[in-house]
Design a protein around this ligand. Structure first.
Ligand SMILES: C[S@@+](CC[C@H](N)C(=O)[O-])C[C@H]1O[C@@H](n2cnc3c(N)ncnc32)[C@H](O)[C@@H]1O
Length: 334
């Protein structure tokens, strides 16, 4: 044996970092030759989580690992429960031809839409290629940044859907101007966003509550990055209006954070929220708190863990508002 063969091959710590992934494919490595020469799969590992960095370290502050993908799929079920199992509220008719989902995540909404509207083409776009390969034939995914000029033809979509994207967007003007350009005249846009501010109808959240502190710090961090810290229904409505959309309607529901509500659907929302709470608050908090607010990993972890203590407390009845706002591009340029 040569000395070269005797040398122990060191394992890349990045491979070990994501212990939850079972194999290379599920941990995000591209195992097909098709895109071996693509640099789209670029990752950084921080605090035991995997972040996608192709568009820059701070573009998306959420991790993209399997834990996060599972959380996003559970959140999809929460959104369905909040909207009475509807995939959208905009009245897009029975026969839309082309639909775009911006910031599609795992693509779960796009896939459900493809099954619901089999004659439509559904395209999901995201910074990260974390969507499954086996999808309905009328659904496909692309990797891109919503804040750059979109590659789609003008006037080419009947419906553009944007859900839970706010933490990744600095310029809503840019995103909505692109959506306006790519929507057909008469086409619909729908925005669905969680408002990152603590609520309880019975004042059961004390001043020093962990959820309250977490959300205030999250807002501070996002604002420091030039992103809207707290997306309210007025923020969404005003942005649609100033872009030129008409017939704007909105609906606000409450995402309960633990199963404290009497209403069976909201109880289920709360149970699902609690189920993913351990990962969820860390997903949102760790990168913002350490990279932007300069906390140590330990401080950030403590701040995120305190939310779970809060939501586990049966005497605290917290929720966060979920706003859905939709509008239409006029048939003619007025
Ligand atoms: C919280 S997830 C929501 C995923 C999906 N919309 C849903 O509701 O299930 C946010 C997603 O937006 C993507 N994202 C963030 N900023 C983006 C941007 N500027 N352009 C495209 N995608 C972006 C992230 O990569 C992530 O997958």
């Amino acid at each position: 044996m040569s000395t070269e063969e005797n040398k122990i091959i060191e394992v890349d710590p990045a491979v070990l970092a994501n212990e939850l992934a079972e194999d290379y494919e599920s941990s995000g490595y591209d195992t097909s030759t098709a895109s071996l020469n693509s640099s789209i799969n670029q990752y950084a590992y921080e605090n035991g989580r995997r972040y996608h960095t192709y568009f820059g370290q701070d573009k998306n502050m959420l991790p993209t690992d399997e834990t996060e993908q599972n959380r996003l799929d559970v959140h999809h079920e929460i959104f369905l429960l909040l909207l009475g199992r509807k995939l959208h509220l905009a009245p897009i008719g029975k026969n839309p031809q082309r639909i775009l989902d911006v910031g599609t995540g795992t693509g779960i909404w796009a896939i459900d839409m493809a099954d619901t509207y089999p004659s439509a083409e559904i395209i999901g776009v995201d910074l990260s290629p974390i969507q499954p390969h086996w999808v309905p034939p009328n659904c496909r995914f692309e990797v891109d940044d919503a804040e750059r000029e979109w590659t789609f033809e003008p006037n080419s979509f009947d419906f553009i859907h944007i859900r839970n994207l706010a933490q990744g967007v600095q310029s809503w003007d840019t995103v909505l101007a692109q959506a306006w350009r790519c929507l057909k005249p008469g086409g619909w846009i729908e925005l669905g966003e969680i408002e990152t501010s603590p609520h309880s109808d019975d004042n059961s959240l004390p001043e020093d509550d962990g959820l309250r502190k977490f959300l205030i710090l999250l807002q501070e961090g996002l604002e420091k990055m030039g992103r809207p810290g707290c997306v309210t229904v007025d923020f969404l409505r005003d942005n649609l209006k100033s872009t030129g959309f008409i017939d704007i309607e909105s609906s606000t529901t409450k995402q309960t954070l633990a199963p404290w509500a009497k209403d069976p659907a909201l109880k289920q929302v709360g149970a699902l929220s609690l189920m993913v709470s351990e990962e969820g608050y860390h997903s949102y908090g760790m990168a913002v708190f350490t990279r932007v607010l300069g906390m140590t990993g330990e401080e950030a972890d403590k701040t995120c863990s305190a939310v779970r203590t809060s939501v586990l407390n049966k005497n605290r009845h917290s929720y966060i508002p979920y706003h859905v706002v939709y509008g239409r591009k006029p048939e003619t340029d007025a």
